[in-house]
Design a protein. Structure first.
Length: 244
């Protein structure tokens, strides 16, 4: 029973470690891609958490949702009215990303300008966008409420609790498991040496049993219950003889 539980525990820990490693790799990839394209993405798809209620509508998404946008970041890309696009903005001294819908397309002197507006806003955005400033276009896919989890996971506290702490616990568990395996191996080795020594000696069964116990005691080991049948005790001999 103990062996089965230990095996299940080992498999569970290994699965959790694999999941943590996968998540860690994804986080690193998201961090690296944001430097080259201006938006974090995996294989061209950017997971974005919705920070405000400016797009709150059944045709779009709500604050706290996780949306998936296709990275375009291409000056030659042609957007159309109704597209929901992501572009950089300034909030005070900080850079941020804004995702709004294109409500008008304007051609001026060979340059295409896009006017954007939030579905939940009464006025369009002050600044116009061009194909060179738009980074991504919404694919229409979202996961309700998962944006808050993504924000927490990307924070220092979330990364520590979700990635670093599980890895620390895993290495501690593996260290304990290695020590236990070494102890078990030494115990089995010591018992085998004791049995081999007494079997080669001309002793009675009682003397052999006593010799094994004394040898194990001298090295700080105790015989396992499962190994008691390896050497027959005098009591067992007497019982067998009486039954005959």
């Amino acid at each position: 029973m103990k062996k089965t539980l230990r095996k299940i525990l080992n498999i569970t820990v290994d699965v959790l470690v694999v999941l943590v490693l996968i998540v860690s790799i994804l986080v690193v990839m998201l961090s690296l891609t944001s430097k080259s394209s201006g938006v974090s993405h995996l294989f061209g798809i950017a997971p974005l958490s919705v920070q405000t209620d400016s797009m709150n509508s059944d045709d779009a998404f709500y604050e706290g949702d996780l949306i998936f946008s296709k990275v375009t970041n291409d000056p030659s890309y042609e957007y159309k009215e109704g597209d929901v696009v992501t572009f950089p903005i300034k909030i005070g001294d900080k850079n941020a990303l804004n995702t709004h819908r294109i409500v008008d397309v304007i051609e001026d002197d060979g340059i295409t300008y896009y006017q954007t507006q939030g579905d939940n806003e009464s006025q369009p955005d002050e600044e116009y966008q061009t194909s060179s400033t738009i980074l991504a276009i919404w694919t229409g896919k979202k996961v309700s409420g998962m944006g808050d989890f993504l924000d927490f996971f990307r924070s220092q506290k979330g990364f520590f609790l979700c990635v670093l702490l599980p890895m620390i616990l895993f290495f501690a568990y593996e260290a304990v498991r290695v020590v236990m395996n070494i102890v078990a191996y030494n115990k089995e080795k010591a018992l085998a040496e004791a049995q081999e020594a007494v079997q080669n000696a001309e002793l009675t069964e009682e003397q052999k049993q006593r010799a094994i116990e004394e040898y194990l005691a001298s090295i700080g080991q105790k015989p396992d219950a499962g190994n008691e049948d390896c050497v027959q005790t005098p009591a067992q001999d007497e019982t067998s003889e009486s039954e005959e």
